[in-house]
Design a protein around this ligand. Structure first.
Ligand code: 4FD
Length: 240
């Protein structure tokens, strides 16, 4: 997977060279190419913005500079995503479908905004990471790169993405490791029993309980087995 990022602050992406993504980059499983929009300014002071037509506070990024940065990439098949609070809110399903693309171009805007004409010309999709405003699209772009990269073959184990929260529309079950007793709290007995079917059932029940307590609206999208329904009935009765 190739990510090209159009940004005024490429240094912000240094943190991606760590941990799992750092290894994925070293192994060439993902390629993150940072393009500084400022490099495409024709101004002697490297200016990229100007005052808004119609007046008002702040500045607007010029369309020609963004367009020249974009055309320097030269791939008509790449999908161009504009990171903006007005976009469709990202979720795990969208992350998974983006991971099937070959090449993504992420355009990072700023509170001041980018001239609408270049957005109309080059943007395929507008994506938000949630209903709040940030100073720039860089952190949202990093969130997208991280979440999408996890689905690239070899970045993490396949089991990790199959079992986890949201992939089955349920929250995860709790995890335990040594010591067996911590601050007087025991590890649940069933997890030490070695009885795999009982462990599977216990974990499924804990996932359902967790989801019911923390994110009940997610249960609307779950295919519930008869066994699941029995468990949820018990949880329901305990709450009455
Ligand atoms: N919620 C998000 C994305 C960007 C952003 C910006 C227009 C502001 C939040 C375009 C206005 C970009 C998000 C930069 N804040 N700020 O994903």
């Amino acid at each position: 997977m190739k990510f090209d990022v159009l940004t005024l602050f490429p240094e912000m992406f240094d943190s991606l060279n760590q941990s799992i993504l750092g290894r994925a980059i070293e192994k060439d499983l993902i390629n993150i190419n940072l393009i500084n929009i400022r490099d495409f300014s024709k101004d002697k002071h490297k200016k990229v913005d100007d005052t808004p037509y119609g007046g008002g506070a702040g500045m607007v990024i010029r369309p020609d500079v963004v367009y020249d940065a974009y055309t320097s990439i030269k791939d008509e098949n790449a999908k161009v995503i504009y990171m903006s609070p007005q976009g469709t809110v990202l979720n795990q399903q969208k992350v998974k479908s983006l991971s099937k693309e070959q090449h993504l171009i992420l355009l990072c805007g700023h509170y001041e905004g980018i001239d609408q004409r270049v957005l109309d010309e080059i943007v395929d999709e507008e994506i938000s990471i949630g209903d709040y405003v940030l100073t720039g699209g860089e952190i949202p772009a990093m969130v997208l790169i991280d979440s999408v990269s996890r689905y690239i073959e070899g970045v993490i184990s396949n089991e990790s993405t199959e079992e986890e929260s949201f992939s089955n529309n349920l929250l995860e079950y709790p995890q335990y490791t040594r010591p067996e007793v911590f601050n007087n709290m025991q590890v649940p007995e069933v997890l030490k029993s070695g009885h795999h079917e009982n462990i599977r059932k216990w974990r499924r029940a804990e996932s359902l309980k967790n989801t019911y307590k923390k994110r009940p609206e997610l249960l609307q999208n779950v295919n519930l087995s008869d066994e699941d329904k029995k468990i949820l009935d018990i949880i329901d009765n305990q709450n009455q």
